[in-house]
Ligand binder design. Structure first.
Ligand code: ATP
Ligand code: MG
Length: 240
């Protein structure tokens, strides 16, 4: 399942495995929502694969404007039935994965949803303080989505302080693929970095690449050459 992100599909050996569960983790503003949208818009427009965006927070009008600036007319895709949105709560979403007659399952069947984006998986953290319980919740989300037969992208929020405990509940072990979006500060400028941390069943790219957001969405650029410590957030020039 191609993402439509120039330079990124090559990093993942051509595309995501159909039916897999992908986690996209990144700090606020790194472009997680846009990456999810691009995956849906590309599927809808280029492969005639209807997409569903599930959100736990109402999308602001600015999202439509941002999308428009990138060249995506979300309203048009929605009215042609190729893009669907669902606002719900983590609790309702969890319950509906377990009941075939729920609105979610009906929509997936009726609209022939092939691609699904969940914005964001971090909302499930607030359901419980118990790590074991959280692990069970994550597993039922991932397995529920696998049962639905969709290729799913879960967006995960990650702040600096959360970096170490980002894997509370072992989400990294449950998903098939992990993509990390990061800001790196180089010579007093913020740059965006993307890396594939894991991809089951694929010899994915291991390098850290630069990416940009602009017309057309995300574009993956060159490898950060001669830089060490990019993922720690403290990059420095590697000694020759
Ligand atoms: N037209 C555009 N041109 C260039 N950059 C853009 C454009 N529209 C949005 N952006 C960039 O995209 C970023 C927002 O992306 P997005 O909303 O996907 O981030 P996010 O990771 O989902 O953030 P959050 O964690 O707050 O939800 C902004 O920081 C902005 O820099
Ligand atoms: Mg977002």
């Amino acid at each position: 399942m191609t993402s439509g992100i120039k330079g990124f599909d090559e990093m993942i050996g051509g595309g995501f495995w159909p039916g897999s569960v992908v986690l996209v983790r990144g700090a606020p503003g790194t472009g997680k929502t846009l990456m999810g949208l691009q995956f849906l818009v590309h599927g809808a427009m280029k492969h005639n694969e209807p997409g569903l965006l599930i959100s736990f927070e109402e999308f602001p009008d600015s999202l439509y404007r941002d999308a428009e600036a990138l060249g995506w007319n979300l309203k048009e895709l929605e009215s042609s039935g190729k893009l669907h949105q669902m606002f719900t709560s983590p609790k309702v979403f969890l319950a509906s994965l377990q009941s075939p007659e729920a609105r979610l399952n009906q929509l997936i069947l009726d609209a022939n949803i092939r691609r699904l984006v969940l914005d964001s998986i971090t909302h499930f953290d607030r359901l419980t303080d118990d790590v074991q319980e959280l692990r069970r919740i994550y597993a039922s989300v991932a397995n529920g989505l696998r049962r639905e037969g969709v290729t799913a992208m879960l967006l995960g929020e990650e702040g600096r302080a959360e970096y170490r405990r980002a894997d509370k509940g072992g989400l990294s072990f449950i998903v098939d693929t992990i993509v990390l979006l990061r800001y790196v500060e180089i010579e007093s400028a913020m740059q965006r970095a993307i890396v594939v941390l894991k991809m089951r069943g694929s010899d994915h790219a291991k390098e850290i690449r630069r990416y940009d957001i602009g017309p057309g969405g995300l574009t993956v650029l060159d490898v950060f050459e001669g830089r060490e410590g990019l993922l720690s957030g403290i990059p420095y020039r590697a000694l020759p």
